[in-house]
Design a protein around this ligand. Structure first.
Ligand code: AMP
Ligand code: ZN
Length: 476
């Protein structure tokens, strides 16, 4: 089996990956909190999680992959209350919406997708184990993790307890013995969802769910754990503390964190209100373009969201799928096998085995596309067969090729096609959209309105998107 190197945040070094059981990988990725539609920053988490899964599988590993749904959480309870809905039912609705988004992004299903609401016995059992091992204490129906009792606290985030204690100036929770202690279980307030426990009716703190779900489906020591860099502290640090305090053995050998998707200089996030929802992007461009864009940059590099980045992804997706459709018609006319074609999969595997470098593998793929096109009239039978293998490898290991290339091309061309046979050209529409944007920016609402009407007269309907852009389609 080919050796994989992974940048392990536990050591902050790139290391040779050695799973606990040869040939098998136990892999966990922190999933979404389901109280709203997911945005394209979240999509980076999902798609990178999926990339790791696919690459390991295509290298021949037997992977058990768990990605959870956080369906019990303060934000969910608050939002459901505002809307007068039952919190668990409300969260379940957004689990469904999330699954729809996963479909757009061409994800392969994890082995298990547990929910917090369905993992209560395991969560309670784990908290009992931590208390028994004297690493947690109970105060008035609340269970708190005793951070100073866990000597290794800070080993992932590289924070030391002293500076942590000093960093927390305001003591909010009077029940805490130490300011860095965190909640494992808390009593339910009236009207909140609750579960029975040895400490009274309540619900778990955020971090314990991942420790309990990981143990339930993957055992006590994981090979790989993934999440966004924002989760390294406190979430992942606390997962380590809980699991190691309960199980008395290492929790996870390799920690992988992806960088942010930024909008301007800031992280795209719901709290900053600068989000583009996955489905809005998909409606405008397609899920394949989003997936491509997110994986065309190494997962450890920041990704700045700009129009140019989107435009480049659009063009590249088109180029790839035009090639894939064309390659199906290639016929063998030569006799000599082409070394560059025959070595392409191995070269992409070299890229991917270097810390899941999908950006490098994409570059290799484009070099191959240019080469194959250039030499299409002198290909041997082996080379023709290999080209199809390469396309399948790219589809399976990274998902840069969709399951239906013709449909992908069609969806990219759909706006242009709608105009065929009419006297309108898309550039005229784009120019008016641009003019309307400028009019709106200078509060010239009359002109903005006039442009909308001018387009409507030609059967062109405008849709304004949350990111400030506008898209158009021909009214059917
Ligand atoms: P949440 O639903 O907020 O718990 O987030 C789910 C996943 O999305 C986590 O792994 C976060 O780290 C990740 N995430 C949220 N915002 C961004 C962003 N702007 N860029 C990259 N990942 C993000
Ligand atoms: Zn988690």
């Amino acid at each position: 089996m080919k050796e994989i190197k992974i940048h392990n945040n536990l050591s902050r070094k790139k290391e040779t990956f050695v799973p606990v059981k040869p040939g098998k990988v136990n892999y966990y990725s922190c999933g979404p909190t389901t109280y709203d539609f997911a945005h394209i920053g979240n999509a980076r988490a999902f798609v990178v999680g999926d990339l790791i899964h696919r690459v390991l599988k295509s290298f021949g590993y037997e992977v058990t992959f768990v990605r959870n749904y956080t369906d019990v959480d303060d934000k969910i309870i608050e939002r459901a209350r505002e809307l007068g809905k039952d919190a668990i039912e409300f969260a379940a609705l957004f689990v469904k919406e999330c699954e729809t988004d996963f479909g757009f992004l061409g994800m392969i299903p994890p082995t298990h997708t547990p929910k917090v609401s369905e993992t209560m016995p395991e969560i309670i059992k784990m908290i009992e184990d931590i208390i028994r091992n004297k690493k947690a204490y109970v105060v008035e129906g609340e269970v708190l993790f005793d951070v100073p009792s866990f000597a290794d606290y800070g080993k992932l985030s590289k924070k030391d307890l002293d500076s942590l204690q000093h960093g927390i100036r305001v003591e909010v929770d009077k029940k805490k013995r130490n300011s860095a202690d965190f909640v494992l279980w808390k009593p339910a307030k009236p009207g909140e969802p609750f579960w029975d426990s040895p400490w009274g009716q309540g619900r778990p703190g955020w971090h314990i769910e991942c420790s309990a779900m990981a143990k339930k489906f993957l055992g006590e020591t994981l090979d790989i754990h993934h999440g966004g860099v924002d989760l390294m502290f406190p979430h992942h640090e606390n997962e380590i503390a809980q699991s190691e305090a309960a199980n008395n053995c290492p929790f996870c050998n390799n920690w992988v964190h992806h960088e942010f998707l930024n909008f301007g200089s800031e992280k795209m996030s719901k709290s900053l209100g600068n989000v583009v929802r996955i489905r809005d992007f998909v409606e405008k461009y397609s899920g394949q373009v989003l997936r491509h864009l997110l994986l065309s940059v190494h997962y450890r590099a920041r990704l700045e969201w700009t129009d140019e980045v989107v435009q480049r992804a659009l063009e590249e997706v088109k180029r790839i799928h035009e090639f894939v459709v064309e390659a199906e018609t290639y016929k063998a006319t030569g006799t000599a096998d082409d070394a560059e074609i025959m070595g392409c999969i191995e070269k992409m595997k070299d890229d991917l085995s270097n810390d899941f470098n999908s950006a490098g593998a994409l570059g290799t793929f484009f070099t191959f596309i240019r080469h194959a096109r250039h030499n299409r009239d002198s290909l041997s039978q082996n080379s023709v067969t290999e080209i199809l293998k390469i396309v399948n490898f790219v589809r399976d290991s990274m998902g840069f090729v969709s399951s239906d290339p013709e449909a992908t091309l069609l969806s990219l061309r759909k706006n242009e096609q709608s105009l065929e046979g009419s006297d309108i050209d898309s550039q005229w529409i784009e120019n008016l959209i641009e003019e309307r944007k400028t009019a709106k920016a200078s509060k010239n609402w009359a002109r903005a309105d006039e442009i909308r009407k001018e387009l409507a007269a030609k059967n062109i309907v405008l849709k304004d998107n949350p990111d400030g852009s506008s898209t158009w389609k021909v009214q059917s």
